[in-house]
Ligand binder design. Sequence first.
Ligand SMILES: [Zn+2]
Length: 83
Amino acid sequence: MNEIVCVSGVEHLMDYLEGVVPPDLRVKLEEHVAGCPRCTAFIASYCETPRILREATAATFTTNVESSLKAFLRTRTTAFRVS
Ligand SMILES: [Zn+2]
């Protein structure tokens, strides 16, 4: 695997921040970021800026899960009552 540089690193960093990079690449990225103020700043700004949006998305997702879970539990509760 090539050495991580900032230009290619930014693409990988997006995946890294989403937690979808393989462990070996993750280690390479962490090594690079540890010695790279530019990437450290990038991660800091990336984590800060879309946080509100990500929280809003997470809230929507949680609502969907909650209603699905409630629907599921209603089904189960009915089944238990029947038996
Ligand atoms: Zn860098």
